[in-house]
Design a protein around this ligand. Structure first.
Ligand code: F6P
Length: 750
C-alpha cells in the first residue's frame, strides 16, 4: 500500500495543479464564446428588424414601436431593447430598461471595453447596432442581454471539470497501482531469484527485458560486494579441523614461514630426580595454540623455563615437539633470573596484568622492570629474525608479555606480517593512561598488521585508548588505526578449544570418571561435585566462589555433607607477593568454611593446589555435576569451554561469570555476577537440581557453538586475514607508483 501511495500521491497532486490552472482558462474561453454568440444574435436581430422598425419610426408611432420592442424582448435572454435617435435624446425603450438611463450613457457603454450595465442586479450586456433612418442618420438600436445564464453555465462547467479530473485521477491511479504492483512483484521475484543466484535471466522473472539488463548486472555486482563484505571467508568453511588449517596454509600461505612467539612454552622439561619429565603448563594460551601448531608446523619461540630445558635442545636451542610425534619446532629463548624477574614477574605480571584486569589489585610500575621488559622484547625480536628463513615471515605474537615486539619485528623485517593477539582484557583509556610507558606500549603494538582481542568490547577500548593518547588516525568504520604511515587492523577473534578434543581425554567413560574421582577423595557415589579449575590467580574469583558455596550451605543445609566444591588450583607466579598472599587467603577461606560445616561427613571444599595434566583435568570435568567459573575479569576463560567440550554425555551445568569473554558466547550457562554471593549460591542450587533434560538442552547448544567456533577457526580466521593482507600488500607493491603502504582492510591511509 505504501508503495502504491508513493506513485499515486504525486500523480494526484499533479492532476490537482493541472485542474487548478486549467479551470479559469476554460471559463474565460466559454465567456468569450457566449459573448460572440450574443453579438451574432444582436446582428441578426438588428438586420431582421431594420426595415419594420424604420417604417414604424418614419411613421412616428412610438406606441407601436414600443409594442414591437416588447414582442422582441419576450426572448428570455433579451432583458431590454431601446432605440436612440441621437446620444442627446431619451431612449425609446421597453419598460424593463432601468429608469433614468440616457442614450449617451447607453452608447458610451456599448462602445466601451466593459459592455456591462453597472448597478444591475443580474448581469446585463449592452450591444449597440446602427439603425439609421432619414430623420436620424446616427440612430442606434440598443440591445441589453441578460447574461446571468453565462455564470450559471460557468459554474456548471467548473463542476463538470471537477468531476472530470476526479474521474481522471481515479482511473490513472488505479492503472498506476495495478501496474506498479505487478511490476514490483515481478522485480522482487527477479531480485530474489538473482540474490539466490538462480537462473537470473529466465523469462517472467522480471529481468528478461533488455532494458533491465544493466540494472540486473549492477544489482548482481552489488550483491557480490555486499556478500563479500558481510560474509567473512571463514563462514564458507563447513567444519574446522586441523586439516582445514593445513589446507589454508597450503592454499593461501604456501612456503611461508609461520612463527609463533609466546612467553610460555608448550612443553616444559623438568628434572625429577634423575629423570627428565615433560610438563604441560596450565595456560589457556598454550591450550589454544598447541593444536594449531601441530596442524601448521612452523616454529614456536618461547621462554625456556624448565630446569631441564637446556638439556634436551640442539645447538641452536631447538627441539622438535611433541617428542613422541614431532609436528613443529620449539625454539627456546633463555632468560637470566634478573631478566625474568623484571620482564615477566615485574612489568608483565605486576604492571600490565593488574592494569588490564579490573580485579582491584594496584599495578606496580618500576623503571628497572620496564628496562628488562624492553631488553627481553629485543631478545625475542632477534630470535624471530634468526628463525625467519625469508624476509616476509608471518609472525603470531602472543599476549601482554610482548607489547613492544611487533614494532621491533617491523623495524627488522619490514615485509613481515605481524599478527598480535592480546589474550587478556584491554582496559578503558583512563585506566590504561596511568601506565608511565603507555605511549611506547601503544607504539609497539601498532607495529602489528593485525591486532586481535577476544571481544569487540576490548577492541573498542583499544581503539579509544589510541584515539585518546596518540597522534593517530582512527577509522571506526573499518576499525583500523593509521599510525606512522602504517595501518593496523583491530579485530575480534574469540579464542576457543580443540574440537573434537583428543580421544585420549575421553578414553575413560563418564561413569568411570565419576567413580574414580569420588573414590580418590573418599566421597560416596552419589555425592554432588562442582568443579573449579584455575591458576591460583586473584583475577579468578576463587574466594568469591568459596563464599558462594558457604552461602549455599547456609540457605540449603540439605547439601551439607552431600555436596563439595572440588577446586583444582595450579600454583602460578609464586615469586610475586600478591600471588603468595592470595594463596594464603584462599587456603584460609577453605579452612574456615570447612571448619564451619564440619558437622557433615564430607568437607564442602576440597582444594587441590598442584599442577594437573590435561587428562586429569578432563577426568574431573567429566566427573562433576557443575563447573563453576567465577572470574572477576577474564579475556575469554577456556576452562568454561573445556568443560563443555569434555561433556560428550551432554550432562553437567556451567555456572559462568558475566565478566568473562566466554559469557558472551555461552548464554546457555547460568550467568552470574561473582560479586553477588546470594545470586551465585542460588545459581549453584539451580545447577545442582536441574533436571537431566534441561541440562541436555543447554549443554547441547553450548557444544554446538564450540564445535562450530573451535580453535581451528580462531587460528584459521587470523591466517586467512593475514593471507588476504599479504596479497593486497603485494598488489600495492607491484603498482606503478610502488606504494609501500598496504591496502588494508579497504582503503589506504592518507
Ligand atoms: O590469560 C593470559 C595468559 O597468558 C593465558 O594465556 C594463560 O592461561 C595465562 O596467562 C598463563 O599465565 P602464565 O604463563 O604466566 O603462567
Amino acid at each position: 500500500m505504501r508503495l502504491s501511495l508513493r506513485f499515486v500521491l504525486p500523480l494526484l497532486i499533479a492532476l490537482g495543479l493541472l485542474a487548478y490552472a486549467v479551470t479559469p482558462l476554460i471559463e474565460k474561453l466559454t465567456v468569450r464564446w457566449f459573448e460572440r454568440d450574443l453579438e451574432l444574435r444582436a446582428n441578426l436581430i438588428a438586420n431582421t428588424i431594420n426595415e419594420p422598425l424604420s417604417e414604424l419610426l418614419r411613421a412616428g408611432d412610438t406606441s407601436r414601436v414600443q409594442k414591437f420592442f416588447v414582442r422582441i424582448a419576450q426572448d428570455e435572454r433579451i432583458f431590454a431593447i431601446a432605440y436612440c435617435a441621437s446620444p442627446a435624446e431619451a431612449p425609446l425603450a421597453t419598460e424593463s430598461l432601468p429608469g433614468g438611463v440616457q442614450c449617451a450613457q447607453l452608447e458610451a457603454l456599448a462602445d466601451s471595453a466593459n459592455q456591462y450595465l453597472p448597478g444591475s442586479t443580474g448581469q446585463l450586456l449592452i450591444l449597440a447596432r446602427p439603425m439609421a433612418t432619414e430623420a436620424a442618420p446616427s440612430g442606434k438600436l440598443i440591445l441589453i442581454h441578460d447574461v446571468t445564464f453565462m455564470s450559471r453555465r460557468g459554474a456548471e462547467t467548473r463542476r463538470y471539470l471537477f468531476y472530470f479530473f476526479v474521474a481522471l485521477g481515479l482511473v490513472v491511479s488505479l492503472i498506476t497501482v495495478v501496474i506498479a504492483q505487478l511490476s514490483w512483484r515481478g522485480w522482487m521475484h527477479g531480485l530474489r531469484t538473482m540474490a539466490r543466484g538462480e537462473g537470473l535471466m529466465r523469462p517472467s522473472q522480471g529481468f528478461d527485458s533488455p532494458e533491465l539488463l544493466p540494472i540486473a548486472n549492477d544489482l548482481r555486482a552489488l550483491v557480490r560486494e555486499i556478500q563479500a563484505e558481510h560474509r567473512s571467508r571463514d563462514e564458507e568453511q563447513v567444519a574446522w579441523t586441523p586439516d582445514t588449517l593445513r589446507d589454508i596454509l597450503h592454499r593461501e600461505l604456501a612456503n611461508q614461514d609461520v612463527i609463533v612467539v609466546s612467553n610460555r612454552e608448550p612443553y616444559i622439561h623438568v628434572r625429577n630426580d634423575d629423570a627428565i619429565v615433560i610438563q604441560r603448563p596450565a595456560s589457556g594460551l598454550v591450550t589454544a595454540l598447541e593444536p594449531v601448531m601441530r596442524a601448521c608446523s612452523g616454529t614456536w619461540i618461547a621462554h625456556g623455563s624448565g630446569n631441564a630445558d637446556r638439556d634436551v635442545v640442539d645447538a641452536r636451542d631447538r627441539i622438535n615437539v611433541p617428542v613422541d610425534h614431532p609436528a613443529y619446532m620449539l625454539r627456546r629463548v633463555w632468560l637470566t633470573r634478573e631478566e625474568e624477574a623484571g620482564y615477566y614477574y615485574g612489568f608483565a605480571n605486576e604492571g600490565l596484568w593488574p592494569l588490564c584486569h579490573i580485579a582491584h589489585v594496584r599495578p606496580t610500575f618500576r623503571t628497572p622492570d620496564f628496562d628488562q621488559y624492553r631488553k627481553v622484547n629485543k631478545r625475542f625480536a632477534e630470535a624471530v629474525v634468526n628463525e625467519a628463513t625469508r624476509p616476509d615471515p608471518l609472525v603470531l605474537v602472543q599476549d601482554y608479555h610482548f607489547a613492544l615486539l611487533p614494532r621491533l619485528i617491523r623495524d627488522a623485517l619490514p615485509d613481515a606480517t605481524v599478527i598480535t593477539f592480546w589474550h587478556i582484557p584491554w582496559p578503558n583509556p583512563e585506566a590504561f593512561a596511568i601506565c608511565p610507558w603507555r605511549d611506547e606500549l601503544l607504539d609497539g603494538l601498532l607495529g602489528s598488521s593485525i591486532l586481535g582481542f577476544h571481544t569487540q568490547f576490548h577492541c573498542n577500548n583499544f581503539v579509544d585508548t589510541v584515539d585518546r593518547l596518540l597522534e593517530a588516525r582512527v577509522d571506526r568504520e573499518t576499525f583500523t588505526v593509521s599510525y606512522r604511515r602504517k595501518l593496523t587492523a583491530v579485530k575480534r577473534y574469540p579464542i576457543s578449544v580443540d574440537w573434537p578434543p583428543s580421544p585420549e581425554l575421553f578414553a575413560k567413560p563418564v561413569d568411570q570418571c565419576r567413580a574414580d574421582v569420588r573414590m580418590r577423595h573418599g566421597l560416596p557415589a552419589d555425592h554432588a561435585i562442582a568443579i573449579g579449575v584455575d591458576r591460583l590467580d586473584y583475577t579468578k574469583g576463587i574466594e568469591e566462589r568459596f563464599r558462594a558455596v558457604e552461602r549455599l550451605l547456609e540457605q540449603h543445609p540439605e547439601w551439607v555433607g552431600r555436596f563439595s566444591l572440588l577446586q583444582i588450583a595450579a600454583p602460578t607466579r609464586a615469586s610475586i607477593e600478591e600471588y603468595r598472599n592470595y594463596e594464603t587467603h584462599v587456603r584460609a577461606e577453605v579452612a574456615r568454611i570447612n571448619e564451619r560445616f564440619s558437622g557433615g561427613l564430607h568437607p564442602p571444599i576440597i582444594l587441590e593446589a598442584r599442577h594437573h595434566e590435561p587428562a586429569e583435568v578432563y577426568e574431573h570435568f567429566r566427573a562433576a555435576e557443575v563447573c563453576f567459573v567465577s572470574s572477576l575479569h577474564d579475556g575469554m576463560n577456556l576452562v568454561a569451554k573445556e568443560f563443555v567440550s569434555a561433556r560428550d554425555d551432554e550432562q553437567g551445568v556451567l555456572v559462568l561469570s558475566q565478566f568473562t569473554g566466554a559469557a558472551r558466547e555461552l548464554p546457555e550457562a547460568l550467568i552470574v555476577n561473582p560479586y553477588d554471593t546470594d545470586q551465585c549460591a542460588a545459581a549453584l542450587n539451580i545447577a545442582l537440581t536441574m533436571p537431566s533434560r534441561a541440562q541436555r538442552q543447554r549443554m547441547g547448544l553450548m557444544r554446538g557453538l564450540i564445535k562450530e567456533f573451535n580453535v581451528y577457526r580462531w587460528a584459521g580466521r587470523m591466517l586467512i586475514d593475514a593471507a588476504t593482507m599479504r596479497r593486497r600488500g603485494q598488489l600495492v607493491d607491484r603498482s606503478p607508483h610502488g606504494h609501500r603502504m598496504p591496502l588494508w582492510p579497504e582503503r589506504r591511509a592518507e
